[in-house]
Ligand binder design. Structure first.
Ligand SMILES: NC(=O)c1ccc[n+]([C@@H]2O[C@H](COP(=O)([O-])OP(=O)(O)OC[C@H]3O[C@@H](n4cnc5c(N)ncnc54)[C@H](OP(=O)(O)O)[C@@H]3O)[C@@H](O)[C@H]2O)c1
Length: 238
């Protein structure tokens, strides 16, 4: 892996971990992979857009967060497994003052999620469901803590405030597009880690963001650009 910006040069694994240090204040970063022509999925999933180096960064981002926030659509489509990091990453977390595992947080208005699915039933730490005041989580409440915020949609500003009250300060969102659109609209996105994969997916797939239009675009600043196997790994923040 090579760094192209700001300083060109090779990047070893420890440097890569440092390059993805979260800011010292509580923050929310979002991680996505997209094709050159802007697709967020291939055949309905993100896996075909990824590659070994993107997966390495994906693993580092999970290693460095307190909670992993995902939309219910991604959990349903991608068949999320329990967030069980490997032994070296668990040890790294403990040595750096983090809990052994990040907490999985799922955003869902409808609570149409199977409580027996591995992401919930096999979770090493009790997950959190972020939902609305009137939602009926039913048996999800047996396998996860339920946080309510907002009436028709989840009020993400209030929900994030409640997560931080629980000590979940560094938040990583792995999407998907609807949640990213909602987080952007709520002004909660501090950072975007975006991998651009060197392929043309062609028409059909959606972008990495979805939902109502924003009143104005949000400017981000490039922190670094890395190159590996033809993929660009970009880190932008506000
Ligand atoms: N390229 C990538 O890196 C990447 C990353 C992640 C996902 N994806 C792809 O994205 C696709 C899924 O897209 P998606 O837009 O459906 O994913 P999503 O954002 O993960 O899920 C959308 C669902 O999340 C819940 N949600 C999000 N914001 C909410 C809010 N403010 N209030 C209430 N509920 C909210 C709703 O759940 P309920 O319906 O339960 O109410 C909504 O239907 C999959 O094909 C997946 O493979 C790609």
């Amino acid at each position: 892996m090579q760094q192209l910006y700001p300083e060109p040069g090779p990047v070893d694994h420890d440097t890569l971990i440092d390059l993805y240090a979260p800011p010292p204040r509580p923050s929310l970063r979002v991680n996505f992979v997209a094709s050159l022509d802007g697709a967020g999925t291939l055949g309905g999933k993100s896996a075909g857009l990824s590659g070994p180096e993107d997966k390495r960064v994906f693993g580092i981002l999970r290693m460095r967060c307190d909670a992993l926030v995902v939309g219910a659509g991604t959990v349903r489509e991608e068949g999320y497994r329990a967030v069980r990091l490997d032994e070296p990453r668990r040890q790294w977390r403990l040595a750096h003052g983090l809990t052994e595992f990040p907490t999985l947080v799922i955003v869902s208005g409808r609570c149409d999620l199977d409580p027996a699915q591995p992401a919930l039933a096999d979770a090493p730490v009790r997950p959190v469901i972020l939902t609305t005041a009137h939602a009926e989580p039913g048996a999800l409440g047996d396998v996860a803590d339920v946080i309510r915020a907002g009436d028709k949609r989840v009020d993400l500003i209030e929900a994030v405030r409640q997560l931080r009250e629980r000590g979940l300060l560094q938040l990583l969102s792995e999407g998907g597009p609807t949640l990213f659109g909602s987080l952007t609209a709520a002004g909660l996105v501090d950072e975007l880690c975006l991998t651009v994969s060197p392929l043309l997916a062609g028409p059909g797939a959606g972008r990495i963001t979805a939902g109502p239009e924003l009143p104005a675009p949000v400017d981000l600043t490039l922190r670094h650009a890395l190159l590996a196997d033809g993929q660009l790994l970009l880190r932008y923040n506000r």
